[in-house]
Ligand binder design. Structure first.
Ligand SMILES: CC(C)(COP(=O)(O)OP(=O)(O)OC[C@H]1O[C@@H](n2cnc3c(N)ncnc32)[C@H](O)[C@@H]1OP(=O)(O)O)[C@@H](O)C(=O)NCCC(=O)NCCS
Length: 159
């Protein structure tokens, strides 16, 4: 299925199925970079603002955002985690998920920035974010010197 035809669903602990959670744990464990353990993934879902991109019953990718982040601005929409299953990579899925999900916050976060931390060595992710219009800022990452903080205006991202 093309990325643009896949459903994006908001995950809650009430509706989360074992199948969806197990697929997310597997994608996270095999993502090739630092992996969040299952309890952290579950906590992200509990807090809210985690979305899965579904190819029928298969989780193709997922994203968590923090709409109340205060690390780099008074408030920003912070991309906490974005992950695409290896079989679905390079099909535009991450671009579609980021634009679509950030678009859900167009009214609540009008005029605000979208922020994220990315490992300096994570070339695929940095390329993705640059393609979406993010630029490296000179702010120090809360993750330490291994990471960059990248920012873009929400309006520019979802235009
Ligand atoms: C980074 C990641 C989310 C990209 O997902 P994706 O769905 O494959 O990305 P897209 O298909 O939307 O790619 C969009 C653009 O990003 C860039 N890009 C994506 N993967 C790339 C790679 N392996 N090498 C170089 N550029 C890459 C390209 O510019 C690409 O556009 P193109 O395919 O037209 O050349 C995916 O590789 C992933 O899940 N990686 C592991 C987890 C991770 O690193 N998350 C980010 C943490 S900050």
């Amino acid at each position: 299925m093309q990325a643009s035809n896949m459903d994006i669903i908001r995950l809650t602990l009430d509706t989360l199925t074992d199948s969806i959670f197990e697929q997310m744990v597997d994608i996270e464990a095999n993502c090739g970079i630092f992996s969040y353990p299952p309890d952290v993934l579950r906590e992200c879902i509990r807090i809210g603002d985690t979305y899965a991109c579904m190819d029928d019953e298969t989780v193709a990718g997922f994203i968590t955002v923090d709409p109340a982040a205060t690390d780099y601005f008074d408030t920003s929409l912070h991309i906490v985690n974005v992950n695409v299953a290896t079989a679905y990579r390079r099909q535009g899925l991450a671009q579609m998920m980021i634009r679509t999900v950030c678009g859900y916050y167009a009214n609540s976060h009008a005029g605000l920035m979208v922020t994220l931390d990315v490992e300096k060595t994570n070339v695929p992710a940095r390329s993705l974010y640059e393609k979406l219009g993010f630029v490296a800022s000179d702010m120090s990452s809360e993750n330490g010197p291994t990471d960059l903080v990248m920012v873009v205006a929400l309006e520019q991202l979802i235009a």
